[in-house]
Design a protein around this ligand. Structure first.
Ligand code: ARG
Length: 405
C-alpha cells in the first residue's frame, strides 16, 4: 500500500532546514521518497493525504517515559491500588502519548514487565500506542532510588524487583531483564526526588558496579540509561560509559567534558519541576520529596542551559508518568525558555533521539528507509514551539492514527 502525504512545509531535522511544499511517499509503512512536490514523483494509485496549510514533522520521540505511572498516586497513595492497575494506566497512556504526536518512546522503568506487554499489544494491534523501547525493571542498589524504601523491615516486598548489589548480581540482573524483553537497560546511579530515605544527589553504585552493568549491557547489544541527579554519580557513570544521563540535574563542567568525550547524551526532564511543585502536595507526594524537588528543580534548568551552551548532546526526555502522560510536548517551550532554539528542541526529540537509540534506519527523521511516522501541526513550530502541544494529525507507519483537523 502506498500513501503520499503533502503539506505547506516540512521540517528537515537532519539538515535543520525547512522544505516548502513537501511530499512524502510511504509504501508498506516505510518512506520511499521525501522532498518538494517538484522533485518527488508520486506513484500512480497512491492514496493522497493532503495536509493543506500544515507543517509536517517526523513523529516525535520521548526518551524517558513511564507509561504505567499515575502521577496522581503520590507517596503512599500508590499502595491503595492493586498491581494490575499499572497496566490499565499504561493502556490509556499509550493512546494519549501517540495522540500527542509521540510515535516512539523509551519506557525506562516499569514493574511486572508491563512495558513489554504494552509493546506486544501495540504491535499486535490490540491497542493504539507508540513504538516502545522497553527497559522493564530499573536496576538499582538496595535502599536506593529504584528500590522500594517506603515500608518498615517487618513488611518485606516480595516478588520480582530490579534490586541488585555488586558486579556479579548486577550482570545477572542485566541478563535476566534482557531475557524477558528489555531492549535498553535503565539503572539508578544516584538518589532521586520521588523516593523516600535517600538524598537526591548521593551516589548509589560504585564505579566498579557501573562498569560491570555497562559492560554487560553493551556486550548484549543494549544501550544504558542512567538515572542521575548528583555530580559524583553522573561523572562515574560517564566514566563507565553510559549512553544517556537521565535528569543530569547537578552535572558540572567536568561532566560536560566527560560527556563530550564519550559521546553520551543528556536527557533532562525540565518540565517536571512545574508539575511537581504545583500538583505534588495535592497528589500526596512525600514532603521530603517536595523538599528535594525545591533543591534540584531550578538547578537542573540552569544545568540544562549550561550543558547546551557547552555543546553537550541532548535528547528529549520528560519522565512522563511523573506528570500526566500525553502532556509530553509541554517540555518544548521549557527547552526554548532555557536556551535552545526551537530547531534544537525539535532535533532533540527526533534526529538526536534516533541516533541515541541507534535506530537511525527506523525513526527520528522523514527520510527514505525510515518508518512513515509523520505529524502535522497548524502554524510554525520554529516561530512558536508551543504549537507542538496541539498536534492535529498523527501518521504512524503510513497509517493515519489521529486526524483532528
Ligand atoms: N523521577 C525523578 C526523580 O524522582 C523525577 C525528578 C523530577 N524533578 C525534576 N526536577 N526533573 O528523581
Amino acid at each position: 500500500e502506498t500513501v503520499a502525504v503533502s503539506g505547506a512545509r516540512m521540517i528537515d531535522v537532519i539538515s535543520g532546514s525547512v522544505v516548502a511544499n513537501p511530499v512524502v511517499v510511504i509504501t508498506d509503512g516505510r518512506i520511499t521518497a521525501a522532498g518538494t512536490s517538484a522533485s518527488v514523483t508520486v506513484p500512480a494509485g497512491a492514496k493522497r493525504i493532503d495536509l493543506a496549510g500544515m507543517t509536517l514533522l517526523p513523529g516525535l520521540i520521548d526518551m524517558h517515559v513511564h507509561l504505567t505511572g499515575d502521577p496522581t498516586l503520590g507517596g503512599y497513595a500508590e499502595l491503595e491500588v492493586t498491581d494490575s492497575y499499572a497496566m490499565a494506566v499504561g493502556v490509556a497512556s499509550a493512546a494519549r502519548t501517540l495522540n500527542a504526536g509521540f510515535t516512539t518512546v523509551r519506557n525506562v522503568g516499569s514493574g511486572n514487565f508491563d512495558d513489554v506487554g504494552l509493546k506486544q499489544a501495540i504491535e499486535h494491534r490490540i491497542i493504539p500506542g507508540p513504538r516502545i523501547i522497553p527497559a522493564t525493571y530499573a536496576i538499582g542498589a538496595t535502599g536506593g532510588h529504584c528500590d522500594n524504601t517506603e515500608l518498615p523491615p517487618s513488611i518485606k516486598v516480595l516478588g520480582y524487583s530490579g534490586v541488585a548489589d555488586g558486579a556479579d548480581a548486577i550482570r545477572a540482573k542485566v541478563r535476566e531483564l534482557r531475557k524477558y524483553g528489555a531492549e535498553v537497560i535503565k539503572f539508578c546511579g544516584t538518589g532521586g526526588v520521588l523516593s523516600k530515605t535517600d538524598s537526591v544527589g548521593g551516589q548509589q553504585y560504585t564505579l566498579a558496579e557501573m562498569q560491570a552493568l555497562v559492560g554487560e549491557a553493551h556486550m548484549l547489544g543494549m544501550k544504558v540509561a542512567m538515572h542521575a541527579h548528583g555530580t559524583a554519580g553522573i561523572n562515574d557513570g560517564l566514566r563507565a560509559g553510559v549512553d544517556t544521563i537521565e535528569h543530569a540535574s547537578l552535572a558540572d563542567a567536568e561532566s560536560f567534558k566527560l560527556a563530550k568525550a564519550s559521546g553520551a547524551w543528556f536527557s533532562m526532564d525540565i518540565y517536571n519541576d512545574d508539575y511537581i511543585l504545583s500538583e505534588g502536595a495535592k497528589n500526596g507526594i512525600f514532603p521530603e520529596s517536595l523538599a528535594k524537588e525545591k533543591e534540584v528543580g531550578l538547578k537542573q534548568r540552569q544545568t540544562f542551559r549550561a550543558a547546551n551552551t557547552a555543546g553537550v548532546k541532548m535528547v528529549f526526555g520528560t519522565d512522563g508518568g511523573v506528570y500526566p502522560n500525553g502532556d509530553n510536548a509541554k517540555q518544548f517551550a521549557k527547552m526554548v525558555e532555557w536556551g535552545m532554539t526551537p530547531m534544537q528542541a525539535i532535533q532533540a526529540a527526533t534526529v538526536n533521539a534516533g541516533q541515541a537509540l541507534a535506530r537511525t534506519g527506523d525513526v527520528g527523521a522523514i527520510a527514505v528507509g525510515r518508518y512513515g511516522d509523520i505529524i502535522a501541526v497548524a502554524g510554525d513550530p520554529l516561530a512558536d514551539v508551543s504549537v507542538l502541544t496541539n498536534v492535529a494529525v498523527v501518521i504512524k507507519g503510513g497509517e493515519v492514527v489521529k486526524d483532528a483537523r
